[in-house]
Design a protein around this ligand. Sequence first.
Ligand code: KIV
Length: 286
Amino acid sequence: MGSPKKVRVQTLLEKKQAGEKIVAITAYDYPTALLVDEAGVDMVLVGDSVGNVVLGYESTLPVTVEEMRHHVRAVRRGIKKALLVADMPFLSYQASIAHAIENAGLFLKDGAEAVKLEGGTLTIVQIVRALVDVGIPVVGHLGFTPQWVHQFGGVRVRGRRSDEAKRLIDMALALQEAGCFAIVLELVPEEVAALITERLTIPTIGIGAGRHCDGQILVLFDLIGMLPGWSPRHAKRYAEVGDLIHHAVATYAEEVREGKFPAPEHTTHMSPEELERLKQLLQGEK
Ligand code: KIV
């Protein structure tokens, strides 16, 4: 069951302590925000995956702060209960602490309650510390972090090797120490995600990180089957919404072409008196 009350940063920590799973999902617009909030998720992330699944980019790298803000504001209007987190896009936080604070602050002004940023290197840990220090709650993101795709040499599971896994554990501890209130673990072996989850006091939220994280997050369009064909191995398609949309639009097209739509019940009429007056007006113009 979803949380009966407004979810806050502290609610997620309480859920970890109580052993209750955290349910998170992405959303990008007002109608889907309304739907996911009513369905009772705990956390909604306006992910920079908007670049891939909504804007048609090949990666998340081109996504801008302005594009993200447009979507964050739309999602804000649809959410009453869930905790709203805005993803900080590539180059909106890496260049300097001041730049990161200014951009993260804009997302909070737009109604986000926290921001998420990718990575756990020294630079990122310092940025997290500075954001938390000025009152901006931060979700960390480790494992396969899409903004690092070129550095990693493609989309790959991170932490298969013991030295890489150890580095992930160290980065998770450093992010927690810097003040993150939760960490997303993406494409990480289940064993590594379990070890991180066990060692942290803050919750882990997994995507392709197995069963033992404190919560799970999926990209909404993967879960509802919005886009045709391929979906990632870690995602379960709970519906085929893309097929439903295709069928609805194809039927509409067929009915328009056959003159079946609009039918009388979709049509408005003038009163016979007004129609008669109009005819007389037109007649008078001749
Ligand atoms: O951008 C996004 O949707 C994300 C999730 C995959 C966690 O970062």
